[in-house]
Ligand binder design. Structure first.
Ligand SMILES: Cc1cc2nc3c(=O)[nH]c(=O)nc-3n(C[C@H](O)[C@H](O)[C@H](O)COP(=O)(O)OP(=O)(O)OC[C@H]3O[C@@H](n4cnc5c(N)ncnc54)[C@H](O)[C@@H]3O)c2cc1C
Length: 283
């Protein structure tokens, strides 16, 4: 039960929502799928004076494409991310990641924008966003800006969002034909958050290779392994990838699922697994 009283708004237009957030600033919280916000409010860890629901703003629920980019509205639910044909074609990595998020109920309520704004260190999307070089559209009543995923994710549940600003669109460069990708995660129980997760992208002809790693610090980290993989897959390349993943995980934390050393060791293992799987798909 949420014991704290709050004012509730459910605008139907984005413009209306932006004005509300401008009016209330830090006092307002956006309600997207509510999968993270509602538990925090129930536990009394968050007590916003104003809640602005986005659930009636249809213009934020879409997947579209242009020549270079996939564009995903912030209110697109995980279930849609998992099953959408455009995403499957141009960013299969993201469909794979969405299939792991929580359970069926969580996937039908939770949204991609809510997950990224919440910035859980072990969430499924951040490593993907880093590996594919995504960027985000942030809008406020006074304008908009585009921020790279690497600059947006600032640390443990910290993002570059300012008061009155919303994440409205996720923009993902279309992966070219011949590129190889893989997303894999370590978890103890199906439907639980990952302990460590990894996403790899290798461009056609091994022209570039990147890994996004999650669960190894306050936020996901990007590991550029282009030089390691420039000549294709080999034992030597894999050892280099493993070392780079280990080095990039220096801020790993410990919790009930494993200590920092375990997470760093798993970063080695999962970086190798995703790069091997991605290399097998490169044209
Ligand atoms: C049982 C359970 C299991 C889960 N398992 C996983 C898992 O395995 N992997 C995983 O990645 N996640 C998991 N999640 C989290 C899930 O992905 C949530 O959907 C996500 O964290 C929050 O998304 P939401 O749309 O529900 O956002 P909300 O809970 O509504 O909001 C979360 C936060 O983001 C803010 N916010 C929301 N939308 C925006 C926006 N567009 N712009 C700015 N701020 C915004 C809110 O104000 C709030 O602070 C799980 C959740 C539950 C309850």
């Amino acid at each position: 039960m949420i014991s704290q009283e709050f004012e509730f708004h459910a605008p139907k237009q984005l413009g209306e929502a932006l004005k509300l957030l401008q009016r209330y600033g830090d006092e307002a919280k956006v309600l997207a799928g509510g999968m993270s916000l509602v538990p925090l409010m129930t536990l009394g860890l968050l007590q916003p004076k104003v809640v602005v629901s986005f659930n009636h703003i249809r213009e934020l629920d879409y997947v579209s494409e242009d020549k270079a980019m996939l564009r995903i509205g912030a209110m697109t639910r995980h279930a849609t991310v998992k099953s959408d044909a455009l995403i499957a074609r141009y960013c299969p990595l993201l469909s794979e990641a969405a299939s792991y998020v929580g359970d069926v109920q969580v996937r039908h309520r939770g949204t991609i924008g809510g997950s990224l704004a919440h910035a859980d260190p072990a969430a499924d999307y951040p490593p993907v966003m880093l590996a594919v070089g995504a960027q985000f559209k942030l809008q406020s009543a006074s304008g908009e800006r585009i921020v790279k995923a690497a600059d947006f994710l600032k640390g443990l549940m910290q993002t570059d969002l300012r008061a009155g600003e919303l994440l409205t669109e996720i923009q993902i460069p279309k992966l070219g034909e011949g590129s190889g990708t893989s997303y894999q995660r370590l978890h103890r129980v199906e439907g639980n958050f990952a302990i460590v997760n990894a996403a790899a992208v290798i461009e056609k002809g091994f022209k570039g290779a990147r890994i996004g790693l999650g669960g190894v610090g306050g936020s996901a980290v990007l590991v550029d392994v282009s030089k390691r993989m420039a000549k294709g897959l080999s034992e030597e390349a894999l050892r280099g990838v493993s070392d780079d993943a280990y080095a990039a995980s220096h801020d790993a934390y410990g919790d009930l699922n494993g200590d920092a050393d375990y997470r760093r060791a798993m970063a080695r293992v999962y970086a190798q697994r995703v790069i091997k799987a991605a290399a097998g798909k490169v044209g």
